[in-house]
Structures are given as C-alpha cells and as structure tokens.
Design a protein around this ligand. Structure first.
Ligand code: SF4
Ligand code: SF4
Length: 173
C-alpha cells in the first residue's frame, strides 16, 4: 500500500533546489522512512531500503531508505544527482511525499510539524495560500485511514532533538 498524499511543493521548485534527497551522513535524521505498509512493496519491487525488523510488533524499528556515498555526504539510493530526479518519484515513500511536513514526537504525543528550512516554506509560510495548505494537510490526517496509519507507524515520529529550532509544531495528529 502506498499512500497518496497531495503534492505540496511544485516539482519545478524542487528540481531547482538541493535541499532534499542528500544528507550529511548515513544516519541523518532527515533520511525518509518507509512506513510499515510500504515495506513489502520496497522489498519486492525495489530492494533499496534498510533491513526490516518485523519481529517486534509493539516496538517497530524505524526503516529508512538506504543511502550511498556522494561527495562528502550521502544521497538516497533512488536519487539521480545529475538530473535531480527521483527514480521512483510516483512511488516514493509517504515520508517523501509529506515533506516539508514532518511527523514529530513530543513526549508521547504525535504531532504534525513543518520544516522551516525548506526554501519553499521560507518563502510562502505566511501567505494565505500556505495557511490553506496547512488546513488541507490537517484535514488529510483526520481521516480514519490516516488514524490507522499513525497508530501502526509510531516509529516514524521523531523528536528531531537538536534540529527542533528548525521545526514549527502545528498540531496533534
Ligand atoms: S527543501 Fe523544499 S523546495 Fe527544496 S527540494 Fe526539498 S521540498 Fe523541494
Ligand atoms: S525516494 Fe526519491 S524523493 Fe525520497 S529521498 Fe529518495 S530520491 Fe528523494
């Protein structure tokens, strides 16, 4: 099952930006996670993800896309650095679709966050159209399907610790 989240940032904006899909190091908290419902798809069709530990249903481990060394950093294994394109764009993980919105853990609470470092967010955050977009994302998470998704994917919510100043926490989900 691959969830279908509405496009947040226009593709042409992302194609001209170097903010996503490349990370400082192989354990970066910004690597996208693969949701439990998506893992079988990636195992069967693509095979480019961390090893999955499904043994512990109550405390699932986060599962990230794999990375490859890239200059002094790493890049997602699906990222074509020369063209800035994602090999699996139409089937990319939900976490990639969601960004610059984030799944944030605050204590035991699950929250929707917004990464203020994304250039698109920096430019648009206080425009009425962006407030409308935030409203649509909040509504998206209020569906029964997303309530079940959140329930079965608590491992995807991250505290982001030292990166917290870059994150606006929007709402509980
Ligand atoms: S940081 Fe924002 S604008 Fe840049 S590629 Fe990522 S989502 Fe697109
Ligand atoms: S799966 Fe695609 S969109 Fe997601 S990080 Fe990798 S290259 Fe980027």
């Amino acid at each position: 099952m691959l969830l279908n989240f509405p496009q947040v940032v226009p593709s042409d904006v992302c194609l001209a930006c170097d903010g996503c899909c490349r990370f400082e190091h192989a354990r970066s908290p910004w690597r996208p996670q693969i949701a439990r419902e998506e893992q079988s798809f990636f195992v069967e069709k693509k095979g480019c993800m961390c090893p999955v530990n499904t043994a512990d249903e109550d405390f699932p481990q986060p599962c990230y896309v794999s990375t490859k060394p890239w200059h002094a950093q790493v890049k997602c294994c699906y990222f074509q650095a020369k063209t800035h394109r994602c090999d699996i764009y139409n089937e990319r993980p939900f976490d990639c679709q969601l960004y610059p919105f984030l799944l944030v853990k605050e204590g035991q609470q699950h929250k929707l966050g917004l990464h203020l470092s994304c250039p698109f967010v920096l430019e648009k955050r206080y425009q009425p159209s962006f407030e409308e977009l935030i409203g649509r994302v909040k509504t998206y998470f209020q569906t029964k399907e997303m309530a079940l998704f959140v329930q079965s994917n608590s491992q995807m919510f991250s505290a982001y610790e030292e990166h917290r100043p870059e994150i606006e926490v929007l709402d509980s989900i």
